[in-house]
Design a binder for this molecule. Structure first.
Ligand SMILES: Cc1cc2nc3c(=O)[nH]c(=O)nc-3n(C[C@H](O)[C@H](O)[C@H](O)COP(=O)(O)OP(=O)(O)OC[C@H]3O[C@@H](n4cnc5c(N)ncnc54)[C@H](O)[C@@H]3O)c2cc1C
Ligand SMILES: *[C@@H]1O[C@H](CO)[C@@H](O)[C@H](O)[C@H]1NC(C)=O
Ligand SMILES: *[C@@H]1O[C@H](CO)[C@@H](O)[C@H](O)[C@H]1NC(C)=O
Ligand SMILES: *[C@@H]1O[C@H](CO)[C@@H](O)[C@H](O)[C@H]1NC(C)=O
Length: 372
């Protein structure tokens, strides 16, 4: 009875688990899927920039218990372990998982690494990096602080920082001053739609400061405000500082020989991990060619098919991704900027594709696998 262990219960892990249970389990006898996730809930993090605005989204629209999505399968074919992967031995083919204070060893025939990445600041909910209780507490805290603050500084002008600044400015208009800090001379990493994004943000009243790299922040004892020191020596103060800077892979438990210099997992074109038999990886923990939901989704689909092929003694296939690069950001609740390859998208197209709902209408079908 082959056991497939999947680490990480977000988009990639959940999709691979459903795909294997829906197709492979029908032809491979006694297939067992074990999904290990720190977070007991399936979290639609792409809506995190909007759900931190008080009153915008209800919890059930962005977070639902993972277990519920798998109730439809025979109990012996699926197990959810809410715990954290802490170690991997690719020779013994075991993973050590911490559940509460207890550590347990789990054997696998095939292993899928889907533990994604996190933001370096632990006070923001752009990704889940802990238990659901911890995530829910972070969300509540950010909501309360946004409601109270008059001056908000968002640091990091990638898609997340742009979307966050846009959501806050759209909701509160002139009631709050929103400043977006970009470490580089242009926002959006200097993308060809960077100046459009800057114009959209300015229309909402967001103040943009470029070449403004944060050196450190301190909480001022008397006022409770945050002082933000920039690398150029300048200082700013704000009621609330929200970081959208710095993304690192959740790969601490993975042997160094399987990682590249930036600690992301190395895979071949079939998304099999280089240098380890029967280990696969996809999504943000690989971040190739780019860490996006769209890429992770295609990789998860292809990877599940490849495990199916290998279990049947066949050769895995190269996974093809989008033929062009896509970049898009919503700016407030009714506009956006983006491009497909070199073709610029109109604001209303990005709004329709993304900004209108931030994808939450897809969550139920993703969570219970009915969309696949
Ligand atoms: C605000 C925002 C908006 C975005 N919008 C878009 C968009 O519109 N389009 C798009 O294509 N992409 C978008 N993205 C990118 C997208 O969110 C990521 O590409 C996607 O989340 C990657 O999914 P994943 O399954 O690889 O892992 P992640 O979402 O990173 O999740 C990893 C999971 O693994 C768990 N985990 C971590 N370590 C361990 C461990 N040791 N043991 C067990 N579990 C562990 C974590 O708790 C988490 O649940 C957006 C990102 C952000 C932040
Ligand atoms: C994320 O989780 C890991 C493991 O639990 C922890 O060591 C780390 O400090 C967390 N990081 C953040 C930014 O919260
Ligand atoms: C913060 O950064 C500024 C600018 O680089 C520096 O002058 C200051 O000493 C730093 N403060 C702390 C507490 O590290
Ligand atoms: C999955 O969720 C969708 C949308 O809520 C629902 O229509 C469908 O019946 C569910 N399927 C299963 C198998 O639970």
């Amino acid at each position: 009875m082959p056991t497939i262990v999947i680490l990480g219960g977000a988009y990639v892990g959940v999709r691979v688990a459903h795909s294997l249970l829906k197709t492979t389990a029908k032809t491979v006898k006694d297939l067992k899927i074990i999904l290990v996730s720190k977070n007991s809930h399936f979290y639609w993090n792409m809506a995190s920039v909007r759900l931190v605005i008080p009153g915008q989204l209800k919890e059930e629209q962005y977070a639902v218990p993972i277990a519920k999505g798998f109730e439809q399968y025979p109990a012996e074919s699926f197990q959810l372990i809410v715990g954290s992967a802490e170690g991997l031995d690719t020779d013994a083919k075991t993973v050590s998982v911490k559940v509460g204070d207890a550590e347990q060893s789990i054997s696998y025939d095939h292993l899928v690494l889907a533990t994604g990445s996190r933001y370096v600041d632990s006070n923001v909910p752009w990704k889940a990096n802990g238990t659901y209780e911890e995530l829910a507490a972070t969300i509540k805290n950010v909501q309360e602080r946004i409601a109270e603050a008059k001056e908000i500084v968002v640091a990091g002008a990638g898609a997340t920082g742009i979307e966050l600044a846009g959501e806050i400015a759209f909701e509160y208009g002139k009631e709050k001053k929103v400043t977006l800090l970009s470490g580089d001379s242009q926002i959006f990493g200097g993308d060809s739609v960077a100046s459009s994004a800057a114009n959209e943000l300015k229309k909402l009243g967001v103040v943009i400061k470029t070449s403004a790299r944060v050196a450190n922040t301190t909480t001022l004892a008397d006022s409770g405000k945050t002082e933000i020191a920039l690398e150029n020596g300048e200082k700013l103060t704000a009621d609330l500082f929200l970081s959208a800077m710095g993304v690192v892979p959740n790969s601490e438990y993975i042997p160094a020989k399987l990682l590249n210099a930036k600690k992301f997992v190395e895979v071949d074109e079939t998304y099999r991990v280089t240098g380890a038999a029967d280990v696969w990886a996809a999504g943000d923990v690989v971040a190739k060619p780019k860490a996006t939901f769209v890429n992770g989704d295609l990789q998860a689909t292809g990877l599940a098919k490849n495990i199916d092929l290998v279990l049947k003694g066949k050769t895995p296939a190269a996974i093809s991704l989008m033929p062009f690069d896509v970049a898009a950001a919503s700016v407030g609740r009714n506009r956006g900027v983006g491009r497909m390859g070199v073709v610029k998208l109109f604001s209303f197209m990005v709004y329709q594709m993304k900004g209108k709902t931030l994808g939450i209408q897809k969550m139920p079908g993703y969570h219970n696998g009915s969309s696949f």
